[in-house]
Ligand binder design. Structure first.
Ligand code: SF4
Ligand code: SF4
Length: 399
């Protein structure tokens, strides 16, 4: 039978950054977490992902004897500046649907095992990060992510994948601990804009921007629109602020040419006005959690980002989006976005769209107008200028 060393060599030959081995025992601590915080994760069951079932590898593969965990660094190249801060990095290089490089390498790895008499299964609901820590590949951050023990400069820019096998390999020493420096003072928790990170290694996924951007129900609640900031799809904030990721982020990485070529397709104005044909041709299957019949999500997110940019150059496009879309969620968010930009041009635009609005979008237009409030008159502006000048003069006299 094939040895552990031979399996390791094959994984390295196929370009995986790291590999570890653990038992096929169930993840009991995770079962407790899932029972205690059922309401945080029940939405995944509705999407057909039974996390509790995944905590025991034998539920999906009764012959399971070990788990081989593969590590892949997905951030070998730099991403275009126009996309960073708007799209989560892991989604920009996600080839699960296109069945690209990572898919092919994983398939080749499983084929190699099968040729050597070992059957494999990769259950999507397996707690892959927990398996990786148990296989000695990384430690946890307070932001619930896994940080590599050896590769990617010990950062969290990794994807881990547990391959359940029907052959027993000697398990590696687990490193299932949190390993954040004390001086960091929970920067990720403080920096999380929507308070999704509630305490150490505890997240409410329903509040996470990643979830909200592709699975959130209805129009984004008012109180979350501003905190969600400039993220269109996904969020990297708790990784960007993390000192454990600093060494990797500080590098000058070569540009990802493929993503660079696609960057222009993801311009905000193009996304705001896109139709199904554009989506299928230019966007799909990248960031595939939003399908062609849910374009309203893309448009609503983009409108919110435009509003949070406070850039008046987007007002024209937002007005256009308000009239060209029937979806009330898109209409409502474009109205909010115009109000968020503020100023006299926004008031003019909102009054224009108010005439043709009914129902919820109309409420949003009125709310936006109330939020901007009365604009200063020319008289008031001059008085204010005079006051500032008088104050500056008296300060000069006194000094
Ligand atoms: S990805 Fe963003 S929203 Fe989600 S936990 Fe991290 S900082 Fe918070
Ligand atoms: S930001 Fe600080 S507390 Fe959060 S994961 Fe990184 S090192 Fe840990």
């Amino acid at each position: 039978m094939i040895t552990k060393r031979e399996v390791i060599e094959q994984a390295k030959k196929l370009g995986f950054d790291d590999i570890g081995f653990t038992t096929a025992d169930s993840f009991e601590a995770q079962q407790k977490v899932l029972s205690e915080r059922h309401e945080n994760y029940s939405w995944l069951n509705e999407k057909g992902m039974d996390l509790m079932q995944g905590t025991d590898p034998k539920n999906s593969f009764p012959e399971a004897r070990s788990i081989i965990v593969l590590v892949n660094n997905f951030f070998h190249h730099s991403f275009p500046a126009s996309l960073v801060g708007k799209f989560g990095r892991c989604y920009l290089d996600d080839d699960r649907v296109t069945r690209g490089d990572l898919y092919r390498r994983t398939k080749a790895f499983c084929k190699f095992l099968l040729e050597n008499g070992i059957e494999t299964k990769i259950p999507s609901n397996l707690p892959h990060r927990l398996a990786a820590a148990r296989a000695g590949l990384g430690t946890y951050g307070k932001n619930c992510l896994l940080y590599s023990n050896k590769v990617a400069r010990l950062s969290s820019w990794i994807i881990v994948m547990g391959v359940v096998v029907n052959h027993e390999f000697e398990p590696d020493q687990p490193t299932s601990v949190e390993d954040c420096p004390k001086w960091c003072k929970s920067t990720c928790i403080v920096a999380c804009p929507t308070n999704a990170l509630t305490r150490n290694r505890t997240i409410d996924p329903r509040k996470c921007i990643s979830f909200l951007s592709y699975y959130g129900e209805g129009i984004t609640p008012l109180e979350l629109r501003e905190p969600m900031g400039m993220w269109v799809y996904g969020c990297d904030r708790c990784q960007n602020v993390c000192p454990r990721n600093e060494a990797w982020l500080a590098q000058d990485l070569p540009a990802d040419k493929a993503i660079e070529e696609r960057a222009k397709d993801f311009e905000l104005t193009k996304l705001l006005h896109m139709d199904v044909e554009y989506f299928k041709k230019r966007i799909w299957p990248h960031m595939f959690y939003i399908s062609a019949d849910e374009l309203w999500r893309w448009k609503m997110n983009v409108a919110r980002v435009m509003g949070n940019s406070h850039d008046s150059m987007y007002i024209h496009d937002l007005v256009r989006a308000f009239s060209e879309n029937d979806d009330v969620r898109v209409k409502g968010m474009t109205a909010w976005a115009i109000g968020q930009i503020g100023g006299s041009k926004s008031v003019e635009a909102l009054n224009k769209i108010l005439k043709n609005s009914v129902g919820m979008p109309r409420e949003e237009v009125l709310l936006a107008l109330r939020t901007i409030g009365p604009l200063p008159t020319r008289h008031a502006t001059l008085n204010r200028k005079n006051m500032i000048m008088r104050k500056a003069y008296s300060l000069r006299v006194l000094s």
